[in-house]
Design a protein around this ligand. Structure first.
Ligand SMILES: Nc1ncnc2c1ncn2[C@@H]1O[C@H](COP(=O)(O)OP(=O)(O)O)[C@@H](O)[C@H]1O
Ligand SMILES: [Mg+2]
Length: 209
């Protein structure tokens, strides 16, 4: 499956989720390719920081030709994750055209909810050409038991895009793991972050059946 993790807003968790989804799928035995479509190259930095054996391949492809090149580059992989760029619309459009599923991380903040409009619009344009393409929101950096954590689902319901049941909580382990070039399950395999990533991946796989 090709999962594009996209949102033109920066800092919503695209790279954090891309890396952890890729690592989780790889750890389950899939051959995984992570495409870093952000000119900033955060996934490449993550991979370069890593001391352990790589779990999956990472390539930088910050070009609006991802959808054309993926057939060649992605041959032989079970799953491809595309970590999308902030802002650059032509790159985001290309990443959407390449994806079977577009996953849109949003934080429980009004700014994120307003900004989601942009990526939803790009998806609606692409769906005209790719009617079987799927998309979903995932709430990231949820703060447990807060009203804003609950309200975000209600606010997102105004968009014609489903919201995953799985959510990712605000936890320092996400940043700590990134600093070491690791996935959260490599730091604490039995911890709550590892289980929420596992639940997210399970829902993504189920969603596209
Ligand atoms: N669930 C989370 N809990 C804690 N920190 C997070 C979480 N998700 C992302 N972050 C932090 O937020 C910042 C932005 O995340 P990042 O994945 O780089 O976003 P994007 O790729 O969308 O710009 C990073 O410092 C990252 O470590
Ligand atoms: Mg990023």
């Amino acid at each position: 499956m090709i999962i594009g993790v996209l949102n033109q807003k920066g800092g919503v968790g695209k790279t954090t989720l891309s890396v952890n989804i890729a690592a989780f799928l790889a750890q389950e035995g899939s051959r995984v390719l992570l495409i870093d479509a952000d000119p900033q190259g955060s996934c490449l930095d993550w991979a370069a920081t890593r001391k352990d054996e790589p779990l999956f391949s990472v390539v930088g492809l910050p070009r609006a030709s991802i959808h054309k090149e993926l057939g060649q580059i992605g041959a032989g992989y079970d799953h491809i994750i595309i970590d999308g760029p902030p802002r650059v619309t032509d790159l985001a459009r290309s990443a959407i055209m390449a994806s079977d599923l577009v996953l849109i991380p949003v934080q429980p903040s009004p700014y994120d909810i307003w900004a989601a409009d942009e990526v939803v619009q790009l998806i609606q344009e692409a769906i005209v050409y790719k009617s079987d393409m799927k998309c979903a929101f995932v709430v990231n950096r949820k703060i447990a038991n807060t009203a804003i954590g609950r309200d975000v689902r209600e606010a997102l319901a105004a968009f014609p895009v489903p919201i995953l049941e799985a959510t990712v909580t605000q936890r320092v382990i996400y940043a700590e793991a990134a600093a070491l070039g690791k996935a959260v399950f490599e730091i604490d395999a039995a911890g709550p972050a590892a289980s929420e990533v596992s639940a997210l991946v399970a829902e993504l796989m189920e969603f596209t059946k």
